[in-house]
Design a protein around this ligand. Structure first.
Ligand code: ATP
Ligand code: MG
Length: 424
C-alpha cells in the first residue's frame, strides 16, 4: 500500500463533527458585526512579502521568524498572510476606499505563522478581524470594544473574559520612552534573557512582554510608559474609558500591554481568559493611525482588532457553551422500498425541505432491504423516520415513526408536512 500523506504539522483539518461549531461562531459574528454596520472584505491569502515587512514591522516576531515566505516561479517574494490588517489596508486603499472616507470592514480566514504548535497555537490558524478607518476620535475605539463585548455576550463568554486596556501614546512619546527604557535596561543587560538583550537594539518595547523572571525583576525599576504619555493621548484614553464606563463595560488598565506589532499607537487592548493556559488572549487590537501612510496611502486613521477562532472555539467547548441547536442534527430520515416508493420519497423530501422550518431531511440512497434501511435511520439519529413501500404508494400514505417513542402512525401524503410540523 502506498504511504499515506499527512497534513502539515500545525495545520489542522476541521472535521464534520467540529465544523458546526465553526459555522455557529461565524454566523454569530457575521450577525453582530452587521448590526454595527460593518461590511465584509475579502482579500488574497498571498501578498508581496514587502507588505508585511512594511506593515507589520521588520523587527516584530512575525516578520523576524514566523512568516511563510517563498519565491514564485518569477522570482517574486511572496508571503502567506500572517495577519489581516496589512492586507485589509492594502486592499481598501488600492480600491480607493480609504482617503477622506469612513469605512467599517471585517474579514475572516486562515493566517499562517511558523510557530511551535501547541494548544491554542497553530501554524495555520483562523482569525476574524474588524477594522474601522477614517475616524480619529475615541468613540470608534469604544464602538469596536463594545461590539466585541456584544459578541461575548451573545456567545455566553462575557463573564469568562477580561478586557485589558492601555495607551501607548504617539510615536514621539514612544520614542522618548524607548530611549529612557533602553538607557535603563542597558545597565542591567546581563540580567536580561537572550531575546530581550537582542530586543534592546531592535524592539525594546517588546521587552515589557518578556515572561522571563530575571527580566521582569529588572523591569520593576524601569521607567514607566505612562509618564511619557502626552495630553492628547491621555485625553483620548480618558474619553475611551468614559464611554466604556457609560456602557458598563468593565476593564483593567495594564500599563505593560504593548502588543507585538509595530503599527499600533494610542489605544491597545486585549481580551484575555484564564481558561486556556498560556494562550490566554482571544482577541487583540488597537489604534494604528500611521499604518495607511506607512503603506504608501494618504494619512488615514484606523483602529481594529482580530480574534483567534480556534481559541474561541476551545473556550466555548471548555465551558460547554455550544448550544444544542448549533450542532448538526437530522430531523427526518426517509426509508423507501421499491422503484415507485423511491420516486415518491424524493418528492416528499423536497416538500419538507421547502417548508419555512427548512427541515434537515436525509433520504436513504442505494436501495437495500427494510431492516438495513431502518438501521441507517437509527444511526442518523433523526427524530422521525418516514417509511414508504409499494402498499403506501398505492394507498397514497406513508408511515411516520417517532424515533424517541417508537410509535408509528399512518399519514396521507397531502398531510405529511403539517403532521411533521406538529411533531417537530
Ligand atoms: P500571541 O501573543 O498569543 O502570540 P499575538 O499577539 O501574536 O498572540 P495577534 O497577532 O494579535 O496575536 O493575533 C490576534 C489573535 O489571533 C490572538 O489574540 C490569538 O487569539 C490569535 N492567534 C495569534 N496567533 C495564533 C496562532 N499561532 N494560533 C492560533 N491563534 C493565534
Ligand atoms: Mg504571536
Amino acid at each position: 500500500m502506498a504511504r499515506k500523506i499527512q497534513a502539515i504539522r500545525g495545520m489542522n483539518d476541521i472535521l464534520p463533527d467540529q465544523s458546526s461549531v465553526w459555522l455557529y461562531l461565524e454566523k454569530t459574528v457575521a450577525d453582530v458585526v452587521k448590526s454595527y454596520g460593518y461590511q465584509q472584505i475579502r482579500f488574497p491569502i498571498v501578498e508581496s512579502t514587502d507588505l508585511f515587512k512594511r506593515g507589520v514591522g521588520e523587527t516584530t516576531d512575525i516578520v523576524e521568524k514566523e512568516m511563510y515566505t517563498f519565491e514564485d516561479r518569477n522570482g517574486e517574494s511572496l508571503t502567506l498572510r500572517p495577519e489581516g490588517t496589512a492586507s485589509c489596508v492594502r486592499a481598501a486603499d488600492q480600491a480607493g476606499l480609504l482617503f477622506n472616507q469612513v469605512q467599517r470592514l471585517w474579514y475572516t480566514g486562515p493566517m499562517f505563522r511558523y510557530e511551535r504548535p501547541q494548544k491554542g497555537r497553530y501554524r495555520q490558524f483562523h482569525q476574524i478581524g474588524v477594522e474601522a478607518f477614517g475616524i480619529s476620535s475615541a468613540d470608534i475605539d469604544a464602538e469596536l470594544i463594545i461590539l466585541s463585548a456584544r459578541l461575548w455576550q451573545k456567545l455566553g463568554l462575557l463573564e469568562h473574559v477580561e478586557l485589558q486596556l492601555n495607551t501607548i501614546g504617539l510615536a514621539s512619546e514612544r520614542e522618548a520612552f524607548k530611549s529612557a527604557l533602553v538607557e535603563y535596561l542597558t545597565e542591567f543587560k546581563d540580567q536580561l534573557d537572550e531575546d530581550s538583550q537582542r530586543r534592546l537594539t531592535t524592539n525594546p518595547l517588546r521587552i515589557l512582554d518578556s515572561k522571563d523572571e530575571s527580566t521582569q525583576s529588572v523591569l520593576q525599576g524601569a521607567p514607566n510608559l505612562e509618564d511619557f504619555i502626552g495630553e492628547e493621548s491621555q485625553a483620548h484614553f480618558e474619553r475611551l474609558q468614559a464611554i466604556l464606563k457609560a456602557n458598563d463595560i468593565p476593564y483593567v488598565i495594564n500599563h505593560r500591554l504593548v502588543r507585538g506589532l509595530d503599527y499600533y499607537g494610542k489605544t491597545v487592548f486585549e481580551w484575555v481568559t484564564t481558561h486556556l493556559g498560556a494562550q490566554a488572549t482571544v482577541c487583540a487590537g488597537g489604534r494604528y493611525d500611521g499604518l495607511v501612510e506607512q503603506l504608501g496611502g494618504k494619512a488615514t486613521p484606523g483602529v481594529g482588532f482580530a480574534m483567534g477562532i480556534e481559541r474561541l472555539i476551545l473556550l466555548l467547548e471548555t465551558l460547554d457553551l455550544v448550544p444544542a441547536a448549533a450542532k448538526f442534527s437530522t430531523d427526518v430520515f426517509i426509508v423507501s422500498m421499491g422503484d415507485d416508493a423511491e420516486l415518491t420519497s424524493f418528492v416528499l423530501a423536497e416538500k419538507l425541505r421547502e417548508t419555512e422550518s427548512g427541515y434537515v431531511v436525509l433520504r436513504h440512497c442505494g436501495g437495500g432491504n427494510f431492516k438495513n434501511q431502518m438501521k441507517k435511520a437509527d444511526r442518523s439519529e433523526a427524530r422521525l423516520t418516514l417509511i414508504i413501500g409499494q402498499d403506501e404508494v398505492d394507498q397514497g400514505v406513508c408511515q411516520v415513526k417517532d424515533m424517541l417513542t417508537g410509535e408509528q402512525e399512518t399519514c396521507v401524503f397531502d398531510d405529511v408536512v403539517s403532521y411533521i410540523n406538529s411533531k417537530l
